[in-house]
Design a protein around this ligand. Structure first.
Ligand SMILES: [Zn+2]
Length: 114
């Protein structure tokens, strides 16, 4: 019996964003990376293995969807559940994507406290 390891080429897209923590107002830098590999099982819509270029496009698109949560977890813990108005401010500070997990959490917190 033989066993062997195949290492596939990794394609990585990195994003970095700077923003203010909605609770304490300090600057925060968030980094995010998406990694996929070029491998025979990573297929495109036509059922063929994705080319390097297709994998690159996929990781870049995925990385562009990222919406950072700039709130420090320590600040989040300290503030406790948000009021309706505070939740609205968090939503505004997070901007763009109303479906982000952080916004949904904020809204759930707001509902629980009202
Ligand atoms: Zn903070």
């Amino acid at each position: 019996m033989y066993s062997y390891t195949v290492r596939y080429e990794e394609v990585e897209a990195v994003r970095e964003q700077r923003g203010k923590c909605p609770t304490c107002g300090k600057w925060v830098v968030r980094k995010h990376s998406v990694i996929n590999t070029v491998n025979p099982f990573n297929k495109n819509a036509d059922g063929y293995p994705k080319t390097h270029r297709e994998v690159r496009e996929a990781v870049e698109a995925k990385a562009n969807e990222w919406v950072p949560n700039f709130e420090h977890w320590t600040c989040e813990e300290a503030r406790g559940p948000l009021s309706q108005e505070q939740a609205f401010l968090v939503v505004q500070s997070l901007g763009k994507n109303p479906k982000s997990a952080a916004i949904q959490m904020a809204l759930v917190d707001a509902k629980a406290s009202s």
